[in-house]
Design a protein. Sequence first.
Length: 82
Amino acid sequence: MSDTSGKQQNTAAFYGQAVASFSVAMGATAVGIFKLNADAWVRAFLAIAVLYLVTSAFTLAKVIRDRQDTTTSTQYHPFEKL
């Protein structure tokens, strides 16, 4: 018998892929905004909008994760050690 909690852990490769994907997406967006043929205030507005979108996405992901953690920890598991 093992003492695993049943919660899956991400591998280092998956974590690295997620970080690399996020970095490439943010870099490509930054280059696109920088190279955009528009006034500086338009580029600044788009950059602020992207930053707001990213922080909102992180907050939403955290809220969803926290809600799932609280619902799974309060559920009854008949084969779990007490």
